[in-house]
Design a protein around this ligand. Structure first.
Ligand code: ADP
Ligand code: MG
Length: 373
């Protein structure tokens, strides 16, 4: 299929789905045109995914890569307290990838997630690369003027909250590096039968038909296998906290906010630096992913370290003035929050209390050029 047929098909696909009525011109012209509303501010973000750096081709089914490309941007828009609305995506593919089913599966994953959150794919670009896949995802959202939640607005005395659970994505990445792979659809059918009476089933839908061993070295029990698959999906198919972002922004509940992409320790440090404050975290209140506790304790991986420094959980980290805490919903879209500490008036001092000890929390999250200068 040539580039123009491909773009034409994308154009048909986006037109046939529910799309934004404010998109005056989308795919098919030199640029897209969006009509603006008074009293609303536009929020824009871009994220790049480079093969070998941000994902491994052999461990990432194209459909999940399409999902993740949009998910990471949805998380950024959520972290601003905004509602996502329009997106653009640019793909650079080598010849062999262009000529297989990659692009169809990629857009299936991408557009399925876009539909879930009412995002209209409004444009993009296609290019050819020599060897590796590169994706650039752009997302536009909106928020009431003045309601965008910045990193720089935390105040001493604010409570610090986090959505969902931490450490799962980093554990999933470790498992991939140890050789674990998403199970095939064939075995999904089997595993759903197996787990039916236990009341839960892995929602594994992706993957090649081959079935490599779950983790190199050592057999796992069936419940370990279930935990492994759940953690792999935490890494490969993140669920951005779009609903929480909108509530925290529109209800003006959050003071400052950031999404956890590099790791809690690093992202909290970014927020504190921008706000010129410090923080004290209570170790016992950290919502560590239960599958991380179950598996990693036994595999010489420290669950607390994964929760503190592991990246790509795509949870929201936000501060709340104590007076507003009572207005916080318990759950949004089924996702709970945990109060993990407090903002202090000691700029640059980020500490964690564990039992009777208090220590400095070093920012040890992900950094692209760490040790490369
Ligand atoms: P130009 O050469 O003028 O940049 P292109 O041929 O790159 O035009 O793109 C034609 C149209 O197709 C544009 O509206 C562009 O936004 C859209 N488009 C191209 N690639 C993608 C893509 N990956 N996803 C969505 N829309 C795309
Ligand atoms: Mg172009």
């Amino acid at each position: 299929m040539n580039e123009f047929d491909f773009i034409q098909r994308l154009r048909d696909q986006t037109r046939s789905r529910k799309h934004s009525s404010r998109l005056v011109t989308g795919i098919g012209d030199d640029a897209s045109v969006i009509s603006q509303l008074t009293g609303r501010a536009v929020v824009i973000t871009t994220d790049m995914l480079a093969e070998g750096i941000d994902f491994y081709r052999e461990a990432t089914p194209p459909r999940l890569l399409g999902h993740k490309a949009l998910a990471v941007s949805l998380s950024d828009i959520a972290a601003m307290g905004a509602r996502p609305l329009w997106s653009l995506v640019s793909i650079g593919l080598p010849d062999d990838v262009w000529n297989n089913t990659f692009k169809d599966e990629f857009f299936e994953g991408y557009l399925t997630l876009a539909d879930k959150y009412g995002v209209t794919l409004s444009g993009g670009d296609v290019s050819r690369t020599v060897e590796q896949i590169v994706i650039d995802s752009i997302l536009l959202g909106e928020v009431s003027s003045g309601a965008a939640v910045l990193r720089s607005a935390a105040q001493p005395g604010d409570q610090i909250y986090v959505t969902g659970a931490l450490g799962g994505s980093a554990a999933g990445l470790k498992l991939i590096e140890m050789g674990a792979r998403i199970r095939s659809r064939k075995s999904e059918v089997r595993s759903q039968k197996d787990t039916r009476d236990r009341g839960s089933s892995p929602t594994v839908r992706e993957g090649s038909e081959s079935e490599p061993p779950a983790v190199a070295g050592g057999p796992s029990t069936r419940s370990d296998e279930h935990a492994i698959q759940t953690l792999l999906l935490r890494h490969l198919r993140p669920h951005p906290r779009v609903g929480w972002g909108i509530v925290l922004g529109e209800e003006r509940l959050a003071g400052a906010m950031i999404d956890i992409s590099d790791g809690l320790s690093s992202d909290l440090a970014h927020l504190c630096r921008e706000s010129n404050v410090g923080a004290l975290i209570q170790s016992a209140q950290l919502p560590i992913d239960k599958d991380v506790i179950k598996l990693c304790g036994r595999r010489a991986l420290d669950p607390l370290a994964l929760a503190l420094h592991g990246g790509e959980d795509f949870e929201l980290l936000f501060t709340v003035h104590p007076e507003n805490a009572a207005r916080l919903p318990k759950r949004v879209d089924g996702v709970a929050i945990s109060c993990i500490g407090e903002i202090t008036n000691e700029p640059g001092q980020i500490r964690i209390a564990e039992k009777n000890r208090v220590w400095d929390l070093e920012a040890k999250g992900f950094e692209h050029f760490r040790g490369k200068e």
